[in-house]
Design a protein. Structure first.
Length: 98
């Protein structure tokens, strides 16, 4: 019901701090993607945003069962998503670093 609110709050905070618009957009997209993945696949989702002069940390966790095989999941190209979902995630410039 509240999915996306944390991302909006983070973007608003960064705007109030006069951060670079490209950075605001990237952080907004990454937080929204993580937030929505958590909500869709893991239930209750928790977002923690931390920023200092050297780095930004965005930690997203959920109450889901977790990933059964982390090593397999970290291999390039591995996904349990449907073909349609993978196509949506392939838009240039939208991916978030892990």
């Amino acid at each position: 019901m509240h999915a996306g609110e944390a991302s909006i709050s983070i973007q608003s905070l960064l705007k109030s701090m006069n951060q670079n618009p490209k950075l605001i957009r990237r952080i907004g997209v990454c937080s929204y993607e993580g937030e929505m993945n958590g909500v869709m696949h893991g239930g209750d989702t928790h977002v923690v945003f931390d920023m200092d002069s050297d780095q930004i940390v965005l930690e997203i966790s959920d109450d889901g069962p977790g990933i059964e095989d982390i090593e397999l999941a970290m291999q390039p190209g591995y996904s349990t998503a449907s073909e349609e979902a993978r196509e949506l995630d392939s838009a240039p410039g939208w991916g978030c670093p892990t």
